[in-house]
Design a binder for this molecule. Sequence first.
Ligand SMILES: *[C@@H]1O[C@H](CO)[C@@H](O)[C@H](O)[C@H]1NC(C)=O
Length: 354
Amino acid sequence: MLSPCRPQLRFISCSIILILLFQAGDTKRDLKSACSTCQQITENFNKGYDRTAKQNFGGGNTAWEERKLSKYETSEIRLMEILEDLCDSSSFECNRMVEEHEEQFETWWFKKKTKHPDLHEWFCIDTIKVCCPKGTFGPDCNGGSERPCHGNGVCDGDGTRGGNGKCSCDHAYKGEFCLDCVDGYFNQVRNDTFSLCTECDTSCKTCSGATNQDCDECKEGWEEDDQEACVDVNECAKEPSPCKEDQYCLNAEGSYSCNGCDEACTGCTGGGPDKCQACAEGYKDVEGTCTDIDECSQSEPACAKENQECVNNKGSFICICSSGYEEKDGECVQQSDEKESEALETTPEPHGEL
Ligand SMILES: *[C@@H]1O[C@H](CO)[C@@H](O)[C@H](O)[C@H]1NC(C)=O
């Protein structure tokens, strides 16, 4: 079996020696980035080639114009125009590479273009050797697969002189060759060179097929029924209930949640004051719904002290002093005149501005 994108032992020891030689952790990344710089340069070259073709075509068709045009097509002037625009002025790597290899562009332009029309291949791969053909990697362009990692991942260094050829598998795939499926997926199609991983039923942790009967193991929150299918566990039916006393339980597919009871309840079977197991203090059952007791309108006065008023609230009530009275030592006494005049004095007097 041809192992795509797999480093051979010989190559591993070889690259270890290379790494030792360079003694630099960045070497591999530099090799990859050199190729992408070169790739960018050749792409820009091709763009420049197209641009200069249009730019100098006047639309005339006199013999003189045609002769002039065909001369320009292969001229040094055109080459220079293309070379000028290969790099952003800010891209140091790009400008360095173009400068260093300017002669190579001339060689290709005047001598190799016809026989080797693919500039990337001639320049980046075969001549300055910073890239490799697709599906190969590393200093000697090892590997050699049309579908690196079987089309289910990215081969480290693919197409460059760097990298180690290890696969980084796409989501759902794993293994050295990206042929295996991660948990929650199964091999729908699989042979030595091809693998398609498809998602399991939501109830399965692992599976061999698409339905809940194909689970190898149920996911947490699901359990096997008597037909060996994974079905939802009703956590809310369990004794004791997984929720607290002042909560009710809601079952969901694969899980459950606990939600707070209404404030009118002591224990409940659902949300709202009509789902109480018992009414909370200060509430009474009115036709199945726990309803606030208005303590202030009972026949027995709730606030018994003199000059006190009763104010009802949810589940309880409070006693306050009537208007004109204030609380002093637990009694409601008449507000003193002193206080009243003090209060007046502290109110800012409006200044007449006429
Ligand atoms: C593997 O499966 C794929 C997809 O079904 C198919 O195209 C290919 O020919 C198969 N290869 C082998 C060796 O059976």
